[in-house]
Design a protein around this ligand. Structure first.
Ligand SMILES: Cc1ncc(COP(=O)(O)O)c(C=O)c1O
Length: 406
């Protein structure tokens, strides 16, 4: 039996929605994108949602908007330091570097897999050139917004949320990442909600949302809610070609939004299914030398503290976990269970970082990131897994734990 890490997630009903768009002749960003944005804002409980072509583009656009708003004082300046986690997705880190900001790495927290907020606080207390924290809500886990808001109050920094792995996760009734200036989401295939490729940004700030609308579309004013204000003073320019910010072309297509709208109707069901998969696998490996990182969230079933389980992070808890991990992975792969590292592992040890980061700390300066990279791995938790597949996954992990214990 196969337990894939990723499944397409597309159902016949989603393909029909895409088909209708293709047959309509309206293909580039239009009314489906607008509707999807409204529906996402409602789902997340935020004022604005701006769709783009990927989660990576969402991260890029957020930083661009912070550095070069259409009016007013920039939120960040080139050279400002941004706290980032030592286990991260590359396109959380790359736009920081690409746009002239300075990533300041912080170790992760062993239990949440997110940036260690205590260490972040200590760094902020010592170094006033840190102006923002880019927090990843990892693997479906919502990081407590109150802890993030404390950092804003204490140090007047910007909180930027990368929620690309955690759509559908809540804490205290608030969706992950809906505090801070903006949050990025990914709808890449096999995520909680897929548009094949796709992403978007949630924000409560109207001008910020308008700047994102310009940034995703070459920098022009056309799609802004305040376009008519800009068009009052054209200074000889054509209103259709008025460029008010820097920009990219990172627009989504109608077909993506139509699929997204179809999927969003069932998102709660998808997330619930993932929770039940995580719980069943947890029950299969309780009291063994394997544990699911994030299991503490099972202690309550309230929506106020709920995990949406992008994938299942499994830790080998024996002292020799790092030594036996390769044979555990070999065994699982040999019986059809796909595995992968926890995101990129310790990101500082990636060749690209070692080449760029002459002044960056050594990967060993982040012992928890190294420990998690060496002792832990991910397996699939996609909502398309059948009951048989979930049973097989749980039983196989249990079996491997018994072999390891011998
Ligand atoms: C934390 C994080 N940020 C950003 C991304 C990028 O999203 P995308 O693949 O849609 O570009 C991912 C990918 O899943 C991710 O895990």
């Amino acid at each position: 039996m196969k337990i894939p890490l990723a499944s397409s997630g597309l159902r016949p009903i989603d393909i029909q929605a895409a088909d209708r768009v293709l047959n309509s002749g309206f293909l580039t960003m239009g009314k489906n994108v607008k509707e999807f944005e409204n529906e996402m804002a409602e789902y997340l409980g935020c004022k604005h949602f701006v769709m783009v072509n990927s989660g990576s583009s969402a991260n890029l656009a957020i930083l661009e908007a912070l550095l070069r708003p259409s009016s007013g004082i920039p939120y960040l300046l080139p050279g400002d330091k941004v706290l980032v986690p030592a286990i991260a997705w590359p396109t959380t880190i790359w736009p920081v570097l690409q746009l002239g900001l300075v990533p300041e790495f912080v170790d992760i927290d062993e239990e949440t897999l997110a940036i260690d907020l205590k260490q972040a606080d200590e760094k902020l207390a010592k170094d006033r050139s840190i102006k923002a924290i880019f927090i990843i809500h990892p693997m479906g886990r919502a990081i407590d917004h109150k802890l993030l808001e404390n950092l804003v109050t204490k140090y007047k920094i910007q909180v930027i949320n990368d929620v690309c792995e955690s759509l559908g996760s809540f804490i205290d009734g608030k969706h992950a990442g809906t505090s801070g200036i903006a949050s990025s989401f990914s709808f890449y295939f096999s995520h909680h909600l897929t548009t094949m490729e796709g992403g978007g940004i949630a924000t409560d700030n109207g001008q910020f949302a308008d700047d994102l609308r310009s940034i995703r579309s070459h920098g022009w004013s056309r799609d802004r809610t305040d376009a008519s204000e800009w068009h009052k003073n054209l200074q000889g320019n054509d209103a259709k070609f008025l460029f008010v910010t820097t920009g990219y072309n990172i627009r989504p297509m109608e077909i993506q939004a139509a699929i997204g709208r179809s999927q969003l109707k069932d998102l709660d069901f998808f997330v619930e299914k993932r929770r039940s998969i995580a719980e069943r696998v947890k029950n299969s490996i309780d009291n063994t030398c394997l544990s699911i990182i994030g299991s503490d969230t099972f202690s309550t079933f309230e929506k106020s503290k709920s995990h949406s389980w992008m994938l299942l992070p499994i830790r080998i808890t024996t002292a020799t976990g790092h030594l036996i991990k390769p044979s555990v992975l070999d065994f699982l792969e040999s019986i059809g269970i796909e595995t992968r590292p926890v995101l990129t592992g310790n990101f500082l040890s990636q060749p690209s970082m070692q080449r760029i980061g002459k002044n960056l700390p050594h990967p060993d300066s982040f012992p928890i990131a190294t420990y998690i990279s060496n002792s832990s791995f991910l397996v699939g938790a996609h909502h398309d897994l059948s009951d048989e597949q979930v049973n097989f996954l749980g039983e196989s992990l249990n079996e491997v734990s018994r072999i390891v214990a011998q």
